[in-house]
Design a protein around this ligand. Structure first.
Ligand code: PEP
Ligand code: MN
Length: 368
C-alpha cells in the first residue's frame, strides 16, 4: 500500500503556505490536529509549510529558512503529525533530513527544470522518504512524468503527483492556475497506481472556490487534497487570498462527497455495465466514421492537386463551423466543444491533403 493511500480517503495535507512564526505554525497545527477526531470527517494526515518560498518577484517574503524546520519538528514531536516541506535545492534536502521531515515536495517551478530535478533525485539516492511532485507550471504532461521517473530511478518508492494547475497570461480570470483536468487524467493513465493529489488552493487562488475544486477532484477519482490553511488568512505573508482557516477546512471536508471507482465486484453495476457496452459500440462507430471522413478528404486532396487548389479553403471551413455548431445546438451539445472537435478533425484532414499536394511521387512527368 502506498504511503499516500490510507483507509480513509482523501489523504489530506494542510498547513500554511509559509511558516511565518513559531506561534503561527503551532497554532495552525493544533487546530488541524482536531479535525476529524470525532470521526465526522477525514483527519489531516500531513502538515505542510513552506520554509523556502519561490516568489515570482524579488523583494517578497522568501521564507524563514532553517529556523522554521525546528518549528515543524516541534509539530511532529508534540502533536504526532507528520510534516512536509518544499525542497528546491540539494541543500534544502540535507537540512530537511537533518530535522527529520517526513515527506518532501517538489514545487511547480522546480519540476520544469530537469537538471534541477535530477540534482534533487541524486541527493535522495539511498534515502527512504516519500516525495510529492507538483505539476510543472506549463501544461506538459511528459515533463511532469519525467520528473516523477527521475525520483523512481533514484529508488524513491512512495511518490505522489500533486495537481496545482497551470499558469498562463491572465488565465482568463476565473482560476489563478487553469486546472486543465485532462492533463492529470492523462498522467494517471500513463502511470497507473500513481497517487494523485489535488491542490485546490493554488488552482483557484481564491478561498471561496476551494470547496468546488476539491469536490471536482473527488469526482475525478483523486486520492488526496493539499489545502493551504492559516489561523488568520488575511494576514498571511504569502498567498493570503487563497488560504482558509482550519475551521473552514473542516467545514469543506464535512461536506465533501467521496466517491469510489467502479469495479465489477460491486454487483450493483449491471446498468452501468450495460451503458458501458453501448458506449463501446458507439465509440467503434465514431472511429469508423472518422476513418471514412478521412478517406473522402484524401479523394478531395487528389482533385485539389489536379486543379491546383489550396488544401485550406476559408469559405468551406466557415461553412463547416456554422453548420456543425447549429447541429450541435439542436442536440444540446456545447458549441465550443464541437468547435474544438472539428478543429482537430479539420486539422487532420488538411494534414492528409497537404501530404497529397506535396507528394513528389505524384509529380506530373513532362514528356520532353
Ligand atoms: C506552495 O505550495 O506554497 C507553492 C509554492 O506551490 P507551487 O509550487 O504549486 O506554486
Ligand atoms: Mn502557496
Amino acid at each position: 500500500m502506498s504511503f499516500f493511500r490510507r483507509e480513509q480517503r482523501p489523504f489530506v495535507i494542510a498547513g500554511p503556505c509559509s511558516a511565518e512564526t513559531r506561534e503561527q505554525v503551532l497554532q495552525t497545527a493544533v487546530a488541524l490536529k482536531k479535525i476529524g477526531q470525532d470521526n465526522t470527517c477525514v483527519p489531516v494526515q500531513l502538515f505542510r509549510a513552506g520554509v523556502w518560498k519561490p516568489r515570482t518577484r524579488p523583494g517578497s517574503f522568501e521564507g524563514v529558512g532553517e529556523e522554521a524546520l525546528g518549528w515543524l519538528k516541534e509539530v511532529k514531536d508534540t502533536l504526532g503529525l507528520l510534516v512536509t516541506v518544499e525542497v528546491a535545492e540539494t541543500a534544502h534536502i540535507e537540512l530537511a533530513l537533518k530535522y527529520n521531515i517526513d515527506v518532501l515536495w517538489v514545487g511547480a517551478r522546480t519540476t520544469v527544470n530537469p537538471f534541477q530535478v535530477q540534482h534533487l533525485a541524486d541527493a535522495l539516492k539511498g534515502v527512504k522518504i516519500p516525495v510529492m511532485v507538483k505539476n510543472p507550471v506549463n501544461p506538459d504532461v511528459a515533463l511532469w512524468q519525467g520528473a516523477i521517473e527521475r525520483f523512481e530511478r533514484a529508488g524513491i518508492e512512495d511518490i505522489a503527483a500533486i495537481h496545482r494547475g497551470f499558469s498562463g497570461y491572465g488565465n482568463g480570470g476565473s482560476y489563478r492556475n487553469e486546472p486543465n483536468w485532462p492533463i492529470p487524467i492523462e498522467l494517471k493513465r500513463r502511470k497507473p497506481g500513481l497517487p494523485m493529489i489535488c491542490d485546490p488552493s493554488h488552482i483557484s487562488g481564491k478561498r471561496d472556490r476551494i470547496a468546488e475544486v476539491a469536490q471536482k477532484a473527488m469526482d475525478m477519482d483523486f486520492d488526496g487534497l493539499m489545502v493551504e490553511t492559516h489561523p488568520r488568512p488575511d494576514e498571511a505573508w504569502s498567498d493570503a487570498d487563497q488560504q482558509v482557516t482550519p475551521e473552514t477546512l473542516q467545514f469543506i471536508l464535512l461536506h465533501l462527497v467521496v466517491r469510489r471507482e467502479y469495479t465489477e465486484e460491486m454487483g450493483m453495476g449491471i446498468e452501468l455495465e450495460y451503458l458501458r457496452q453501448l458506449m463501446d459500440s458507439l465509440d467503434a462507430e465514431i472511429i469508423d466514421l472518422v476513418a471514412r471522413r478521412m478517406e473522402l478528404s484524401e479523394r478531395m486532396g487528389a482533385i485539389k492537386r489536379a486543379f491546383n487548389i489550396t488544401a485550406y479553403q476559408p469559405d468551406r471551413w466557415r461553412e463547416i463551423v456554422e453548420t456543425r455548431s447549429a447541429r450541435a445546438l439542436g442536440h444540446n451539445l456545447d458549441k465550443d466543444f464541437i468547435l474544438k472537435l472539428y478543429e482537430l478533425i479539420h486539422h487532420e484532414s488538411i494534414k492528409k491533403q497537404l501530404a497529397i499536394l506535396q507528394d513528389p511521387s505524384k509529380e506530373i512527368k513532362s514528356n520532353s
